[in-house]
Structure formats: structure tokens, C-alpha cells
Ligand binder design. Structure first.
Ligand code: NZQ
Ligand code: ZN
Length: 392
């Protein structure tokens, strides 16, 4: 196991009706004037936004609102939010929504207290300072409610990039599983896929002797395999949604990723798809993961064989472990299909003619990238092109 630091001081308020504690929580973490940030309207339709506002009012906390965050959140609204926060002297940002709303909130929180362009953070500058953030989560997926990460798409060039830093960890997150009951089955399944991807990206490591985190990851994937179909098939299954919500947070606050190298190749390759086609991130991952794993499997066949046996219940082929590794990847693919995820480029709405461009942007960005992506293995533009072709 490698040396590591782990400090994840988010306060979680979990369970039914917990959004009624928002006012108290904002107060506890020092907020006096809040920007409530939300998405395209689901929180208005469900009545959640009104409940959150009532809770702030009860604690005499001032607030203003900025809605309109799109899935795969854009830089334009981030600039608007930064200007608004400065003009209104906002000292706390409350994200009410999914990963896109939380990530947009994080970008606004960092940009407001930074002299330069907030995009600097999405080109590698560490986020050391930001306004405090709280979240009320409405979809289990991205894990941004407990992570130090944010992903934003810059409209100029449609570049989708991530930023990271301890200042991005929310001060508190309200996790009420019942809030996810208004999600369409497809979005629920996209979220489960993303959670599984966050676990695989950590499982694919080059660090040896990481038994505890291996076993934690395996347990969480097994829980998603058990609970996922229940939530997809029955909107009202509170307990399945509760398990998925806590699992989604655990999958990405990095408690399962400490002390080991991680992969993130599938995410890097997928982000180009959701940036260009505006597909759901989880749907993009469903198509991307089996292709990436098939391509990189030979780098460490036993790692893929291990997850195949321990998670997917495959038989170990001692004569040819590659058969076991492949069976595990097939089991993942068929599970994702069973919950309604797309399985190829066509079902995702992606075009073969874009492959060269996708691979170039993935490896070089707007021209400044290194030409390689590194994680479990190192891949060149030609490798990435070959991976996109496996998705056809
Ligand atoms: O905008 P509204 O109207 O709220 O609708 C949203 C949106 O259309 C809807 N929705 C959310 N909660 C709902 C609901 N509809 C009905 N009932 C509810 N309770 O669902 C749609 C998708 O929402 P979004 O926030 O985009 O989903 P998700 O949480 O999957 O976030 C995806 C974004 O997170 C990034 C992804 O790349 C993508 O941009 N990621 C962020 C990470 C992080 N910050 O740590 C890590 C992830 O790997 C990921 O990359
Ligand atoms: Zn993800």
C-alpha cells in the first residue's frame, strides 16, 4: 500500500425529510447569505426548492437563486454565478440537484474568490480556496456530494475537464434517498453505472497488497448489482435507493481509493462523448468501460480475473486466466444492458466519423495536452482511437 493523506470532513445528514435541516446546517457552517443553485426544474416540480427555501427562512438566512444548470454543466453559467456572488456578497453556496448542479456550484465557489479565470482550475491549478458549499442531492451518481472534484464543459471548443482540491469538499450534504424517487428509470440506471465506474477506476491499480480497499470496492459493486435493478424497476423502493445513495458517496469520496494508484481511463475517454453528444455521463460509461477493459486487460489479466471471480461469480480458468477476465467484462456488459444502458456507439448517438477527433481531443485537449493518457496503462491517440472503434 502507498503512503496517503485522507481528510474528508463533509457532514452528512442522511434520511427522510432531512432537507428541512438545511437552514440549521448552513448556519452551523457559517453561511449568512446563500446562493441556491439548481438545474432545469426538477427541484421546482418536486417542491424540494420551496422546502429548502422555507428551511433557510426559518433560520433567518438570506438567499438568492440561480437555476438553469444543464447536465454536463457549462462554463457560461459558472461565469454568471461568479458575477452574481460578487455583486450580492454571497458567502455560502447551496447546490440543490445532481452532480451537474454540485459541480457548477463548486466552480462558482472557487471562481468567486479567485482573481483570474476560474477555468485555470480546470487546466490543472489546484483549488485551495473557495466559498463553502452545501449540497442537497437528488440523484445518486457522480459522488460530488462527498468528493473534492468538479467537472465542467467549456463552451469554447466543448472541452470537458475536471478540477480538484480540498476546498471543493462540501461542508455538508443532505442525502434523502426519497428525493431520487422522481427520477426516470433511465437516469437511475445511469447513476448506478457511474457508481460502478468509480469503483472500477479504483480497482484497476498497479499497487500491490491493497486487500482492504479491494474488498471494499468488491462489496460496493456487489451491492449495486443487488440494489440497482430494484431501484430501476420500482421507483418507490426507498431501501434500495438508500443503499445506492450511501454506496454512491462511498464509491467516490476516495475512502476506497487511498493508498493505491487509480485508473480513470474510462472517465477520460467518456468525457469526450458526453461533451460532444451531450449524452448522460453514465450512459457514455456503459459503452466505454467494456471497450477500455477489453483493450487494457492484458496489462494485468489477474486483476480482471479476480474481479470476475469475486464480483461476477465467474469460474477461474487456471489454464487460461484470460478467459476468466473476459467473462467478467462480459458479465459487466450484460448487467449494464439489463438495467437499460446503451451498449454501442449507435445506441449512444455517437458517430464513427468523429472517432479521430474524439481521440485527438482526449489526448491533446485544445492542443496543450501531452498526447497520452495515463492510469492503469499509458495510452496514445492511436490506442484511444482503437478503443473508440471497439464501441462501434
Ligand atoms: O436539471 P434537472 O431538472 O434537475 O434534471 C436533472 C438532469 O436532467 C435530472 N434529475 C436530477 N435529479 C432528479 C432529476 N430528475 C427528476 N428527479 C430527480 N430527483 O437528472 C438529469 C441529470 O442530472 P445530472 O446532475 O447531470 O446527473 P449526475 O449526477 O449524473 O451528474 C453528471 C455530471 O457529473 C459529472 C459528470 O461528468 C456529469 O457532468 N461527474 C462529476 C464527478 C465529481 N464531481 O466528482 C465525478 C463523476 O465521475 C462525473 O464525471
Ligand atoms: Zn463518473
Amino acid at each position: 500500500m502507498d503512503n496517503f493523506n485522507f481528510y474528508a470532513p463533509t457532514y452528512f445528514a442522511f434520511g427522510k425529510d432531512r432537507e428541512s435541516d438545511c437552514g440549521k446546517l448552513v448556519k452551523r457552517f457559517g453561511g449568512k447569505k446563500v446562493l441556491i443553485h439548481y438545474g432545469g426544474g426538477s427541484v421546482i416540480r418536486s417542491g424540494l426548492l420551496d422546502r429548502v427555501k422555507d428551511s433557510l427562512t426559518q433560520e433567518s438566512i438570506e438567499f438568492i437563486e440561480l437555476g438553469g444548470v444543464k447536465p454536463n454543466p457549462r462554463s457560461g453559467l459558472v461565469y454568471e454565478g461568479i458575477n452574481l456572488c460578487r455583486k450580492e456578497n454571497i458567502d455560502f453556496i447551496l447546490a440543490v440537484g445532481g452532480g451537474s448542479v454540485i459541480d457548477s456550484s463548486k466552480a462558482i465557489a472557487a471562481g468567486t474568490v479567485y482573481d483570474g479565470d476560474f477555468w485555470d482550475f480546470y487546466e490543472g491549478k489546484s483549488v485551495d480556496k473557495a466559498l463553502p458549499i452545501g449540497t442537497v442531492l437528488t440523484i445518486s451518481a457522480a459522488g460530488s456530494e462527498g468528493s473534492p472534484d468538479s467537472v465542467i464543459t467549456r463552451e469554447d471548443g466543448m472541452l470537458k475537464r475536471g478540477a480538484s482540491g480540498e476546498a471543493y469538499r462540501p461542508k455538508f450534504s443532505v442525502l434523502n434517498p426519497a428525493l431520487t424517487q422522481t427520477l426516470p428509470a433511465y437516469q437511475t440506471a445511469c447513476g448506478i453505472t457511474d457508481i460502478i465506474a468509480h469503483l472500477y477506476e479504483r480497482y484497476l491499480t498497479n499497487t500491490e497488497n491493497v486487500e482492504v480497499t479491494d474488498r471494499m470496492i468488491e462489496a460496493l459493486i456487489l451491492a449495486m448489482i443487488n440494489e440497482g435493478p430494484k431501484a430501476v424497476n420500482n421507483t418507490d423502493d426507498y431501501d434500495a435507493r438508500a443503499n445506492i445513495m450511501w454506496g454512491g458517496m462511498m464509491a467516490h469520496n476516495n475512502s476506497c481509493g487511498v493508498g493505491r494508484t487509480q485508473d480513470w481511463t474510462s472517465h477520460t475517454i467518456e468525457h469526450e462523448l458526453s461533451a460532444l453528444y451531450d449524452c448522460a455521463h453514465g450512459a457514455g460509461l456503459a459503452v466505454t468501460m467494456p471497450a477500455v477493459f477489453t483493450y487494457t486487460m492484458k496489462h494485468n489479466v489477474m486483476r480482471f480475473a479476480q474481479i470476475a471471480v469475486r464480483v461476477w461469480g465467474c469460474q477461474m480458468d487456471f489454464t487460461n486466466p484470460e478467459n476468466t477476465a473476459k467473462a467478467g467484462i462480459e458479465a459487466l456488459r450484460s448487467f449494464l444492458c439489463s438495467i437499460g444502458m446503451p451498449k454501442n456507439f449507435a445506441e449512444l448517438g455517437a458517430n464513427e466519423s468523429d472517432i479521430e477527433k474524439l481521440a485527438y481531443t482526449c489526448c491533446y485537449g485544445d492542443g496543450s495536452g501531452s498526447g497520452k493518457i495515463s492510469g492503469f496503462t499509458t495510452l496514445t491517440q492511436a490506442d484511444v482511437e482503437a478503443i473508440y472503434r471497439l464501441m462501434l
